[in-house]
Design a protein around this ligand. Structure first.
Ligand SMILES: Nc1ncnc2c1ncn2[C@@H]1O[C@H](COP(=O)(O)OP(=O)(O)OP(=O)(O)O)[C@@H](O)[C@H]1O
Ligand SMILES: [Mg+2]
Length: 290
C-alpha cells in the first residue's frame, strides 16, 4: 500500500454495494459489496467461475448488473458506457491478451492515450504544428511508461514477436497510458514462468507504490496475492465468502474450503486452480481481440 492509502482510511475511491448480476438462470454475482480506498492494492480471489472477471466487466460497464450500485468517487458507473468509464479513469487488462500484434510497443501504448488526445484527423490536418506537439508529448509519456515497465529495449518491435511475459507487461503499459485512477488487472501472471512473475510483481508494486495508482488485482497465484495485496475479497460461485487483510484471508477456513473442497490440510498456495496456459476466449471476455 502506498502512503496515500495509509492516510485515507474510510475514503473509498470505489464503492461496490449489493451488486447482483444474472445471466438467465446463472447468478454470476450475488449481493457483492466491497470498497477500494484511494491508493490501495486490493485483490479479488476465487476458484474458476467465481465471478472475478464479471466484477471487472461490471466496473467498466461491459456488463450491467440487475441490482446494486457501483460508484467511483461518488459517481454511479452502472448505466454508463464503457468509453465513459474509461474517461472517468477505469482502465483494465484482460485475462486473454488484447494487443495489436503487428503494431510496435510504443504504438500499442499510444492506443491507451487515444481518449486523452484532442486531435482528430481533421484538426490534425488544420493545426499540424499543435497536433504534432500533442503527439510528441504523448510519445514521451509512453516512453516513460515503457521505461517503468522495462519495455525500452523492445519499444520499436512488433508486439506479436515478443515473449508472453513481455506482452503481459505491454498490456499493463497500455492500461497505464490511460492515466487511470483505478487499474484493474485480470490474472497478470497467468502463464508466466517464475522470473516473469517476479518482474511482474515488481512492476505492480512500483505502479501502486511509486505512481500511487489504485488497483484491483484478480489472480490465482496465492503467493503473489498474499505478498502484495493490502486487502483481499474471496468469492465462491459469485458469493463473497471473506473480506479482509491478506493474512486473515490466507487462514480463513471458508477460503481454504472453497479452493480445496474438504482437503483442508493443504495450504491454499499448494494448488494451481487452473491451467497455466492462456485459455481460449471465455464468455465473460467480451473485449475485441485484434
Ligand atoms: N457473458 C456471459 N454469459 C453467460 N454466462 C456468463 C457470462 N460471463 C460470465 N458468465 C458466467 O458467470 C460465472 C462467472 O464467470 P467469470 O468469468 O466472472 O468467473 P472468473 O472468476 O473470472 O473465472 P476464471 O478464474 O475461470 O477466470 C460463470 O458461471 C460464467 O460462466
Ligand atoms: Mg476470469
Amino acid at each position: 500500500m502506498n502512503a496515500a492509502a495509509e492516510g485515507s482510511e474510510g475514503t473509498p475511491l470505489l464503492e461496490v454495494s449489493e451488486v447482483t448480476l444474472r445471466f438467465g438462470g446463472v447468478t454470476a454475482l450475488s449481493n457483492v459489496s466491497f470498497d477500494v480506498r484511494e491508493g490501495e492494492l486490493f485483490s479479488i480471489i476465487g476458484p474458476n467461475g467465481a465471478g472475478k472477471t464479471s466484477i471487472f466487466n461490471c466496473l467498466n460497464a461491459v456488463y450491467r448488473p440487475q441490482e446494486g450500485h457501483i460508484r467511483l468517487d461518488g459517481v454511479e458507473l452502472i448505466g454508463k458506457r464503457p468509453s465513459t468509464t474509461a474517461n472517468m479513469g477505469v482502465a483494465r487488462t484482460f485475462q486473454n491478451l488484447a494487443l495489436f500484434r503487428n503494431l510496435d510497443v510504443i504504438d500499442n501504448l499510444m492506443l491507451g492515450r487515444h481518449h486523452l488526445m484532442r486531435t482528430g484527423f481533421l484538426k490534425g490536418m488544420l493545426w499540424a504544428g499543435w497536433a504534432k506537439r500533442e503527439e510528441i508529448r504523448n510519445r514521451v509519456r509512453c516512453d516513460e511508461i515503457a521505461e517503468t515497465l522495462k519495455l525500452t529495449p523492445y519499444r520499436r518491435m512488433p508486439v506479436g514477436i515478443l515473449p508472453y511475459g513481455v506482452q503481459k507487461r505491454i498490456e499493463i503499459g497500455r492500461a497505464l497510458a490511460m492515466e487511470p485512477r483505478l487499474l484493474l488487472l485480470d490474472e497478470p501472471v497467468a502463464g508466466m514462468n517464475l522470473d516473469e512473475s517476479e518482474d511482474m510483481a515488481r512492476a505492480i508494486c512500483q505502479i501502486n507504490g511509486e505512481l500511487g495508482v489504485t488497483m484491483i488485482l484478480v489472480e490465482h497465484d496465492m503467493h503473489l496475492v498474499m505478498d502484495i495485496a493490502d486487502r483481499v475479497l474471496a468469492l465462491d460461485f459469485g458469493v463473497p465468502i471473506a473480506l479482509g487483510p491478506a493474512d486473515a484471508i490466507r487462514n480463513d477456513p471458508r477460503v481454504i474450503e472453497a479452493y480445496l473442497g474438504q482437503l483442508s490440510d493443504v495450504e491454499p498456495h499448494d494448488i494451481a486452480p487452473h491451467s497455466l496456459e492462456p485459455t481460449d476466449m471465455e464468455p465473460s471476455d467480451m473485449e475485441p481481440r485484434p
